[in-house]
Ligand binder design. Structure first.
Ligand code: ADP
Ligand code: MG
Length: 237
């Protein structure tokens, strides 16, 4: 216990919530298979970032997570790696199947960044990733969804449009990520984010990431997460 607290202090993170798992000190301790480890080595990441060190074990344990850390702290991989493990535990994909992993992000640019990271590591397992954002062609995005995708990265408004058009569905979603929650709220996406959360099965795993943790995001977290592990890096929050 003492050691765990020391490690967290060294990492500069504060962790609250019911029985959080121990953070790890190196990639080897995540228990990833050789294929994913190889892809991580290829990225030339030498060690997990502080948020990864704590969030990955929690996510692998099936826990809901609140991750508060500033931009550039490696939050994307912190939710992508456990998402891939979660997906590989499920049955095979059939054509037209909706996603298992759904990531909501505020903008086209951020969605594309996440999409690229998800593809970089998802290709290890031949996982299909589709990116859907406002301003892009609905027809093209529908086409991309047709073949089936294990992971969809989307802006909230466009995701709702595509579900309404029956281009995809939320039936299989069991791993839901709300990335940059504060910015999604700044952009007025709160109703869409809440609507999507309400339409995803309640026994899902939910991960919320944000650079700040203000009232409205805190309220969302209370409403859509179950017994989350809350990880705060630095003085934000
Ligand atoms: P955030 O979402 O917290 O803003 P990102 O996930 O976009 O941060 O990561 C920021 C940068 O750090 C990216 O270029 C990413 O490739 C890189 N990165 C992620 N994890 C590691 C790591 N463990 N070691 C080194 N670089 C990393
Ligand atoms: Mg990010």
């Amino acid at each position: 216990e003492e050691q765990v607290n020391e490690l967290r202090e060294t990492l500069g993170i504060k962790v609250t919530g019911p029985s959080p798992p121990r953070p790890v000190a190196s990639f080897a301790h995540f228990g990833f298979d050789d294929a994913l480890m190889k892809a991580i080595r290829k990225s030339e990441y030498t060690q997990p970032t502080p948020i990864q060190a704590q969030a990955v074990p929690a996510a692998l344990g099936g826990r809901d997570i609140i991750g508060i850390a500033k931009t550039g702290s490696g939050k994307t991989a912190a939710f992508i790696w456990p998402m891939l493990v979660h997906i590989m535990d499920q049955k095979q994909l059939a054509e037209g199947d909706g996603p298992i992993g759904l990531i909501l992000a505020p903008t086209r640019e951020l969605s594309l960044q996440i999409y690229n990271e998800a593809k970089k590591f998802g290709k290890v397992y031949n996982v299909n990733v589709v990116c859907c954002y406002g301003g892009g062609s609905k027809w093209e995005q529908s086409k991309a969804l047709e073949g089936g995708a294990e992971i969809v990265v989307a802006t909230p408004g466009r995701m709702i449009d595509l579900v309404k058009m029956k281009a995809t569905n939320l039936v299989r979603v069991t791993y839901l990520v709300l990335d940059e929650a504060d910015r999604m709220f700044d952009m007025g996406f709160e109703p869409q984010v809440r609507s999507i959360c309400n339409h995803v099965r309640p026994d899902r795993q939910t991960l919320l990431f944000s650079a700040t943790f203000k009232k409205r995001v805190e309220k969302l977290a209370r409403d859509v997460l179950t017994d989350p592990v809350r990880i705060v890096q630095g003085d934000v929050g």
